[in-house]
Structure formats: C-alpha cells, structure tokens
Design a protein around this ligand. Structure first.
Ligand code: XIL
Length: 366
C-alpha cells in the first residue's frame, strides 16, 4: 500500500515537473499579465535558423516586423507595394498562434521618397490615406495593434518638424488616427516614441495625445520604445511616465525593449536613427564576451524593470523586445557601427542569459 502511494506521489511529481518545463517560456509565464513580443528580421520571418525559429515560437506571443512594414519597404513607390515579407510575417504568426503588432504607418524615418514630394496638404493627406487604407486594410482583423504615428515629438516636447508637420501642420496627427480606425476598426491604435521618460518630452506627448483625443479620433495606447541603458532611465522615471500616460485613459506598451550595456557616446541620447557616432576601442570594450559582473548587472536591471511592469500590469498591454538574440540586435550598429553589444535576453547562440532567468524568476516566486 505504502509503495503504491509512493509511486502515485512520484508520478504526480513527474507530471508537475513536466508542466514546469513547458511553463518555462516567458510568454506562458506572463500570459495573464501582458503580451511578450519580439521584433523579427527577414531571416527570422523566413525561419532560416530552425533552432531560433523554435525559440521564437516558444518564448514570444506577439511579433513586430523590425523593418518590413515601414513605408520604404512595404510601399517603396506611390503605385508599388511590396507585401511579400509582411505576408510571411502574418503567416508565421498564424502558424505559431502569435499576434502581430503593425509597425509603423506614419513615420518620418525609413519613409518612402514620394511622401516627401507632396507639397500641398491635400496631396499629402491623400497619400497618407491610400497608404494607411492599403496597408492597415490588408491586415485588418489580423493585427492586434498599430503604431499609427511613430516619433512625432522631439525631446524638448515640441512637435518634430517632419515632412508631415511641415506640409500639413498638426492636423496630420488626428488624421492618421482617423484613417487607421477606418481601415482596421478593431485594432488598438498607438502613438509610439523613444526617450519617453524625459519630462519635457513626456509633457509634449501628453499635450499631443490630448489634442488627438479632443479631435474625436480614437487613440488606444502609448508605446514607450524602451531603448534603455544599464543605469538610465531610473525605475522611478519609468514609473512616473507609465502613470502619466495611463492617466490619459489609454494603455501603455513597452514596444522596443533593449538595454544597451556599452559606454554611450557623449552626443547621443535616445534612439534617433539618423544619429551616428564613431566606433572606438573605449566605446567597444566587450568584443570577447560580456564579463560576468556586467551580465549580472544586466540581469538585475531587467528584473527591476519587469518587477515594475508587473506592478502596473493593469495598465500595460504588451512588452516587446527589439530583437531575439544579441547577435541580431540593431544596437551592434547604433549609434556606432560594428560594436559588440549585449542588450537582449538570449545570447548569440540563442541561449537564455541571466537576464532571461531573472525575468522568469519573478513569476516563479509567486
Ligand atoms: C531600427 C531597426 O532595428 C534597424 O534594423 C533599422 O536599420 C533602423 O530602424 N525606433 C523604431 C524602430 O521605431 O523602427 C527602429 O528600428 C529603432 C528606433
């Protein structure tokens, strides 16, 4: 009798251990809190590396195109669209039962030339309309949320003097949201930007979002890109911003999370992709690997950040990493080219780093 009981207990242990193994996925562990996303590049969309493809399917439940849905790629010329890679992204998401976040409809960077050639408000508004109708319309009903406008505010809080602002004035902002709501009525619509923890920028974004709301346009959320560093911004600054944005009655998403571990060139703040810095030996100290003490700092930083996200999970819809593993990260080439950076939670061999374990550990404690 006793041995039967022991046997039954052993079987229960084995079953629950197996349960734990399958629960060893960030997406599963955080399933009840918020989506766990990643940005995918072409090789990943096409599943070129089977090991990485399995990792993506297991760890993430929301995909963002790192580049292939930006206007320059998806709509290179006024009468030419290029949907091949975006279609492949949606097919992969369907296969893996993941959601897709659309990035990005209206952005001054990686912008197709023809938008810049529009010199009157009417012409530019018409170009915006056909772009948004065609892109958001094609993926309507299959897209959990869109970055409708990306990076329209400067760090000092003023509106960026983009081609859209210069030609149309600030009307282009509400128009973009109205067009997106018409093209894909069920998707959540976001404003997305970097350096969202700085005070003047936060105040500028809040002013802008209030105006969009007052115009009657639907705006559901604010995306904080989250291109952050080991020491900055502080957890307090991140929290202040999450609370301030949520107070507008919208959701908050962390949309492009990575933590730069390298020394920051003096002149570069944020994630303005037009900025460039030199690659010098001092700015590239970890070419032979990440020292254990820095890896530990990164793990602690990720844990602190995720503890904050969990504290505010009622306000947060999604946390997306900007890339799968350290080798893929854009931070190896921004703001200086050709450095060895380690900003993500999987290493260059797709192995989970201490940072991955520290984020998972937050859920195991409960
Ligand atoms: C980056 C991509 O990661 C790079 O591959 C590309 O060369 C430049 O753009 N803010 C954004 C993202 O909204 O689209 C940018 O992605 C990073 C900054």
């Amino acid at each position: 009798m006793k041995s039967r009981l022991l046997l039954a207990a052993a079987i229960v242990c084995i079953i629950s251990a197996a349960g734990n193994i399958s629960a060893q996925s960030l997406a599963k562990a955080y399933e009840k809190d918020f989506l766990i996303g990643t940005a995918l590049n072409n090789n990943q969309i096409l599943e070129k590396d089977p090991v990485q493809a399995a990792l993506i399917a297991k760890e993430f439940n929301c995909y963002t195109a790192e580049n292939v849905m930006k206007s320059q790629v998806i709509h290179p010329e006024e009468d030419k669209y290029n949907f091949e890679m975006a279609d492949a992204l949606y097919a992969l998401a369907k296969k893996n039962n993941a959601k897709v976040h659309g990035h990005t409809l209206i952005w001054h960077s990686q912008l197709s030339r023809f938008f810049r050639d529009k010199k009157t408000p009417e012409e530019l508004a018409a170009a915006m309309e056909s772009h948004i109708n065609t892109v958001a319309g094609r993926y309507a009903g299959k897209t959990v949320s869109w970055d409708v406008v990306n990076e329209a505010v400067e760090d000092d809080g003023s509106l960026r003097k983009s081609t859209f602002l210069n030609v149309m004035g600030e009307d282009y902002l509400a128009l973009a949201f109205k067009l997106a709501a018409k093209a894909d009525p069920n998707a959540e619509l976001y404003y997305n930007d970097y350096s969202m923890t700085g005070k003047p920028k936060r105040e500028g974004v809040i002013r802008m979002v209030k105006k969009i709301q007052e115009s009657g346009a639907k705006i559901d959320g604010i995306g904080m890109q989250g291109h952050w560093h080991l020491e900055t911004p502080t957890i307090e600054d991140i929290e202040t911003s999450i609370l301030a944005y949520a107070a507008l009655g919208v959701k908050v998403a962390i949309t492009e999370l990575d933590i730069d571990v390298l020394p920051n060139p003096r002149n570069v703040q944020g994630a303005d992709i037009s900025q460039r810095a030199e690659n010098t030996t001092e700015l590239n100290p970890y070419v032979n690997g990440l020292p254990a003490d820095v890896e530990a700092k990164l793990a602690k930083r990720y844990q602190d950040i995720f503890a904050l996200f969990l504290k505010h999970k009622d306000k947060i819809s999604r946390v997306t990493f900007w890339g799968v593993n350290d080798g893929d990260s854009w931070k190896n080439n921004f703001p200086a080219r050709g450095r060895s950076n380690y900003p993500l939670i999987f290493d260059r061999e797709n192995k989970p780093k201490e940072a991955y374990k520290s984020i998972l550990a937050l859920k195991k404690k409960k």
